[in-house]
Design a binder for this molecule. Structure first.
Ligand code: ATP
Ligand code: MG
Length: 420
């Protein structure tokens, strides 16, 4: 029997509805903050990620689904969204229209990681990129937006950690100091970090194996005056938002393109994969890709983890409100018409096979969890009426016009909502 591939999942109701609702909430908030949507291709040139995400990152080194297509092109399933957005910004000539662009995306990302709870090989990211605003208020705004999204999604407890990793002026000195420290502690590095320490010492602090213990003794970052002032203003804006945060001097991110601000949101109660969103500033990426010298800041949120953190109680699959049944074959055309009429009235209406006995159709109605059955028999078909039966215990039935039936059902469903 055919099966899903390891690390890949079917997402079924009620989870599928939860994803759709999260996406809808995000779209509404993005609009409020002035973001437009970008639908990115799933497949990009492999080079795009090697050059932007970075060839010494876990994502590119170990996790990327890269392949050669029949035309001999080296391609990859996108492991993250930012490089694609930066490419699209340049390729579509957006800078000529306005250097400043606010873009969001929603879609699957692919990483060949070890599957476990909260870690999948295809997962959904919802991401935002604010291009063309170097001001510290842009950093703060993206974090405030993310916090608002998480709140709207029902994530109750969030922790925000921030740091600045400096710029091409002040980072080299820090990198050197860090490299000296790591070389002195080479024995405590994992094999992978030993290999890449020379090329990218920062990566060791983000290592899942030895990062935390190395971070404790690592030398502090020394910022140039501009980076120092920028970071101070980001903190100031967050305080005024207000949005609570912690400065974590050892927070670096697993991607190469970040400059200055980096941040991570964690949630309580979802186990060890508790990073639900992360991002930072990337002021040099777009220029390095052949675009204009334009600053940018953004983040990506893991929708799967956000929904896990937001799950409170059971999610219920949506039930029909009215179940339409035809008492005999001649009533089927009328029943089909009523079904469409009820949906047109905004009622969730469904039906089974009209050719079944009324008894089986009523069994299906009860099984569906619908509150009402709308039964059309010979008499109803002739009169143009419908018998609306309340399926709740002790419920009444009434033969009325389709419009009255819709009004009646709607009224009682609303009363039920008020009572509960
Ligand atoms: P982690 O440290 O958990 O590996 P990351 O640093 O690789 O996360 P990012 O690349 O910053 O993650 O992606 C942003 C968000 O996407 C993460 O905070 C997380 O919520 C989500 N995410 C990343 N990888 C996965 C995955 N394999 N499965 C589900 N969600 C993921
Ligand atoms: Mg990862």
């Amino acid at each position: 029997m055919a099966q899903t591939v390891r690390g890949f999942r079917d997402i079924m109701e009620p989870d599928a509805a939860a994803f759709a609702e999260l996406e809808a909430r995000c779209r509404a908030l993005f609009r409020l903050y002035g973001y437009g949507e970008i639908r990115l291709p799933t497949v990009e040139q492999r080079e795009l990620f090697v050059k932007s995400t970075g060839d010494t990152t876990d994502i590119v080194e170990k996790e990327m689904y890269a392949f050669e297509d029949a035309g001999g092109r080296m391609l990859a399933l996108r492991p993250e969204g930012t490089p694609g957005v930066a490419r699209a910004y340049i390729e579509n000539g957006l800078p000529a229209k306005d250097l400043r662009q606010k873009l969001f995306y929603i879609g699957s990302m692919f990483r060949a990681e070890r599957p476990q709870a909260g870690r999948y090989r295809e997962f959904e990211q919802i991401g935002a990129e604010y291009i063309g605003n170097p001001d510290p208020s842009a950093d703060a705004e993206t974090m405030v937006l993310l916090a608002a999204l998480l709140k709207s999604a029902g994530v109750k407890e969030i922790r925000l950690e921030i740091n600045s990793i400096g710029c091409p002026q002040c980072r080299p000195a820090y990198k050197q100091a860090l490299l000296d420290y790591l070389k002195a502690n080479l024995d405590s590095l994992c094999d992978n970090c030993k290999k890449r320490v020379e090329r990218n010492p920062l990566r060791a602090l983000d290592c899942k194996t030895d990062g935390p213990k190395l971070a404790a003794g690592a030398p502090p970052m020394k910022y140039c005056p501009d980076c120092d002032a920028h970071f101070a203003q980001v903190r100031e804006h967050l305080k005024n938002a207000p949005l609570a945060f912690n400065v974590n001097p050892n927070l670096v991110r697993g991607l190469d393109y970040y400059t200055r601000t980096v941040f991570e949101f964690r949630a309580a109660g979802i186990g060890s994969q508790d990073a639900i969103a992360a991002g930072g500033r990337y002021d040099t990426l777009i220029k390095s890709m052949g675009g204009p010298d334009v600053a940018a800041v953004g983040w990506a949120m893991g929708a799967d983890r956000v929904l896990a953190a937001a799950a409170s109680g059971e999610r219920a699959a949506p039930k029909p409100e009215v179940f339409v049944a035809a008492a005999d074959k001649t009533a089927a055309p009328k029943a089909f018409q009523i079904l469409q009429f009820l949906r047109g009235e905004g009622l969730r209406a469904d039906a089974a096979a009209f050719s079944q006995s009324l008894k089986s159709q009523m069994r299906a109605a009860n099984k569906s969890g619908a509150r009402f059955a709308a039964i059309i028999g010979e008499r109803e078909a002739a009169e143009g009426t419908v018998t609306l039966k309340d399926l709740a215990p002790g419920g009444q039935e009434k033969t009325v016009s389709p419009r009255e039936a819709a009004d009646l059902a709607r009224r009682q469903l609303q009363d039920g909502l008020k009572a509960s």
